[in-house]
Design a protein around this ligand. Structure first.
Ligand SMILES: C[S@@+](CC[C@H](N)C(=O)[O-])C[C@H]1O[C@@H](n2cnc3c(N)ncnc32)[C@H](O)[C@@H]1O
Length: 240
């Protein structure tokens, strides 16, 4: 998985923009609003890739705020670092085990963040319990955890359009632009194999998050989940 992202890093953002018709930036704004990010916020962006969402979070957090982007692909992070912002820092790390990152980065200890986000990353992570346990651990009580992901729409017309776009156009376009046909055939497969939105909400809840809400965007091809860390965090029932 890491090697696949290393290989496609150079063309990743261009392809993302082409595949979503530029809507990825609009969805970034929805994530930022759902995460309650405002000037001065401290945000952890997991599986940050080339930093598209990370930079938008940082612009919203402003000079008083700070965003830490974490990804396990060195090439994705190298691309992210080519577009630096003064209030953004990147670290190599595994989203399912943040020990190294949270211990090593000053001011990034457990509970130091106002929000933790992940966009198009959860689908690639087999251990979702570990992912949300770590997101929950990273934020302060009352902090927000937000997950944006690609989904399969349920309606007949959106499903038809989706099938055409994701099963045919995306693998073709991905192979042409990135030169990696495997990576962009993997994309629709990973969406099909990802947990149902209701189940993802359950996973968030059993890992210390409360008031879980989720909704579909863009005719159902995107899901947005959010939750708030209870006062007892990842263990126990938690109280708001
Ligand atoms: C589809 S990209 C999403 C990038 C970015 N969040 C965005 O909005 O464009 C998925 C990213 O997840 C990263 N990733 C997958 N599994 C990971 C893990 N266990 N820990 C950290 N990063 C991971 C990959 O390296 C890749 O950069």
């Amino acid at each position: 998985m890491r090697e696949m992202f290393d290989r496609i890093a150079g063309r990743y953002e261009l392809l993302n923009t082409l595949m979503t018709g530029g809507l990825n930036r609009v969805w970034n704004r929805v994530v930022i609003s759902e995460a309650g990010v405002r000037p001065g916020s401290r945000v952890l962006d997991l599986a940050c890739g080339t930093g598209s969402l990370t930079r938008d979070l940082a612009r919203r957090a402003g000079p008083e705020g700070h965003v830490l982007g974490v990804d396990f692909s060195r090439e994705m992070l190298a691309a992210a670092r080519r577009r630096p912002l003064s209030n953004v820092e990147y670290r190599v790390g595994d989203a399912t085990n943040l020990d190294g990152v949270l211990n090593d980065v000053p001011g990034a200890e457990s509970g130091a963040f106002d929000a933790a986000t992940i966009a198009y990353g959860a689908r690639n992570i087999p251990n979702l319990d570990a992912l949300f346990r770590e997101m929950s651990r990273a934020v302060r009580p009352g902090g927000r955890v937000v997950c944006l992901e690609i989904a399969r729409p349920s309606g007949r017309v959106p499903a038809l359009f989706y099938g055409l776009w994701f099963d045919r156009v995306v693998p073709w376009l991905g192979a042409k632009v990135s030169g990696d046909s495997w990576a962009y055939s993997y994309l629709p497969t990973s969406v099909k194999e990802f947990v149902a939105p209701e189940d993802l909400a359950g996973i968030m809840e059993r890992n210390g998050l409360r008031n879980i809400q989720w909704r579909r965007l863009a005719g159902g091809i995107i899901t947005l989940h959010s939750g708030t860390k209870g006062s007892r965090g990842a263990r126990g029932p938690g109280v708001e």
